[in-house]
Design a protein around this ligand. Structure first.
Ligand SMILES: C[S@@+](CC[C@H](N)C(=O)[O-])C[C@H]1O[C@@H](n2cnc3c(N)ncnc32)[C@H](O)[C@@H]1O
Length: 220
């Protein structure tokens, strides 16, 4: 067991911040073709895409949703590896616009994008997906200045509900350790696999720069 203390809030936990960020990124993309930030770098994307493509429980026609998809970079990677049922959702209209423009320019028509706040009504997504992917979105939600604990709990329930039975949540975080994530999600999810990430050593302690784990939803 480990105690969960909430993170210090930050503007990264607000929609205003992301709207502004993606408005700038759209301008950059239109003017220079720059896709914008890839959170935790291309290596993180490569590790996750490699893990997905090698996993025997995930097929090319498995339903995969990317929560807080931003520019949609990971979905483009999956589409280029022949995955066919791909959806990206983000609560920022500008993120969705950017992701659609990039997909069009890259000529990747088989990814869908929708504006959706994962903390609000997700009725139409319920029980639809074999895999949920999240890179940095639970982190952002955990930084909410209003009520981070409520937001985190709502997130966990909603993610559980949109997954099919035995569905997988692949989550990458720079704010929470593996132990903290498992503790927070334990009512609804159990550990399926850890995706190894680079480690650092400080004194005699070893840590990870980012945590990438896969959890499976429990039959409640
Ligand atoms: C750190 S960025 C990560 C973007 C993308 N996943 C990546 O790895 O490049 C967090 C993303 O989560 C989105 N987001 C934050 N809270 C959200 C919510 N409640 N519902 C949907 N998207 C949200 C933000 O708009 C932003 O695109």
């Amino acid at each position: 067991m480990c105690d969960i203390s909430e993170l210090d809030s930050s503007e990264l936990g607000t929609k205003e911040y992301w709207d502004k960020q993606y408005e700038t990124e759209i301008e950059n993309f239109r003017q220079h073709g720059d896709m914008g930030d890839i959170w935790f770098g291309e290596d993180a994307v490569d590790r996750i895409v490699r893990w997905i493509t090698k996993n025997k429980d995930i097929k090319v026609d498995s339903g995969i949703v990317d929560i807080g998809c931003g520019n949609g970079y990971i979905l483009l990677n999956l589409a280029q590896r022949n995955f066919t049922k791909l959806l990206g959702i983000d609560y920022s209209e500008s993120a969705v616009l950017l992701a659609k423009e990039i997909a069009k320019k890259e000529n990747v028509p088989n990814v869908k994008y929708e504006v959706c706040n994962v903390l609000e009504d997700v009725t139409k997504l319920v029980n639809q997906f074999d895999v949920v992917h999240d890179k940095g979105t639970y982190d952002a939600i955990s930084l909410n200045p209003e009520n981070p604990k409520d937001c985190r709990e709502k997130y966990i329930k909603n993610i559980w509900s949109i997954l099919k039975l035995n569905g997988l949540l692949i989550i990458t975080s720079c704010n929470w350790t593996q132990e903290e994530l498992l503790e927070q999600f334990k009512e609804y999810f159990k550990l399926y696999e850890v995706i190894p990430t680079p480690q650092f050593k400080f004194g005699n302690k070893v840590g990870n720069v980012v945590t990438s784990i896969v959890m499976q939803n429990c039959n409640l």
